[in-house]
Design a protein around this ligand. Structure first.
Ligand code: ADP
Ligand code: MG
Length: 265
């Protein structure tokens, strides 16, 4: 499977902070991956994601974009970029995802509207297109923002806590949609602190604690020390017997054997 992004020893420290937010984190994103980044609050998940999508520049290490360009990433940030009282229509919000595709002059035309509608339809949200964004429920908003991210990329979706704050039904709907997009060929890199949901969904897990405590296949994560520690308190029936699809099919392939090896001791 082709590698899309290779992150090597990424480190970041915020200005006026004496401690690293992210330290020496290495992992790869391969085509077709469904990677979940898990970890406690403040463990550096969002900072890592911001480096991957180019919002902030790593202070150490590097990122190699291989089968993908910087601007071919669809991003759903942790906090919605559109304020909840922002008086935009759903179509306008989705269309802002197309700006990413434009060069110097961001004029949006008919093909942009068609792409926006197609992505809303794909997510079962076309009926919302004339509604005001601020009138939508949390789950509907996340669908609209997901449609917006899809307008920016058909290759890689980066999602920061897409189900946080949603009610359980909307959460499982979101997971279902993301799973279907992944099965349709879209690569997914998702942050979640719903670790039980994450292991149910993802093929590979990156467990952050400023450094990477684990990076590898979900089934191996469940047996690893960080995985067992983090999942204690989660009932066994909540955990799937193994990872469903993606990179985990090939357990001999290890994108970062050194780090995973150290996590097993
Ligand atoms: P997570 O997403 O896992 O909750 P973050 O990446 O948001 O973690 O934060 C990692 C660390 O960096 C935390 O200690 C947090 O307080 C700090 N941090 C995050 N954003 C900023 C910021 N804009 N300025 C200063 N410190 C920050
Ligand atoms: Mg975060």
């Amino acid at each position: 499977m082709a590698t899309l992004i290779e992150c090597d020893s990424l480190s970041y420290r915020y200005e006026q902070s004496s401690v690293w937010a992210v330290k020496d984190v290495s992992f790869t994103v391969d085509e077709g991956d469904y990677i979940c980044v898990v970890g406690e609050n403040g463990s550096g998940k969002s900072t890592l994601i911001r480096m991957v999508i180019g919002l902030i520049k790593p202070m150490g290490g590097g990122i190699a974009f291989k089968g993908i360009g910087h601007n071919e990433i669809g991003y759903l940030p942790q906090q919605a970029p559109v304020q909840s009282d922002f008086p935009a229509s759903v179509m306008e919000v989705v269309l802002t995802g197309r700006l990413n595709k434009k060069g110097f002059l961001p004029f949006l035309g008919k093909s942009d509207a068609m792409a926006a509608e197609a992505n809303l339809e794909r997510l079962g949200a076309l009926g919302l297109r004339r509604r005001a964004y601020r009138e939508l429920s949390g789950g509907q908003r996340q669908r609209v923002l997901l449609a917006r991210a899809l307008c920016a990329s058909e290759k890689l979706l980066v999602l920061d806590e897409p189900v946080t704050g949603l009610d359980p039904l909307a959460q499982s709907e979101m997971y279902r949609i993301i799973r279907e997009l992944n099965e349709g060929g879209l690569t997914v890199l998702m942050v979640s602190h719903d670790v039980a949901g994450a292991v149910r969904a993802a093929g590979r897990i990156l467990h952050m604690d400023t450094e990477a405590l684990f990076f590898g296949n979900t089934d191996r994560y469940l047996l690893s020390e960080p995985g067992r520690g983090f999942l204690s308190g989660v009932a066994p029936r909540d955990i799937p017997p193994g990872a469903p699809h993606g990179a985990d099919a090939d357990i001999t392939k290890d994108a970062h054997p050194k780090r995973e090896g150290t996590s097993d001791v």
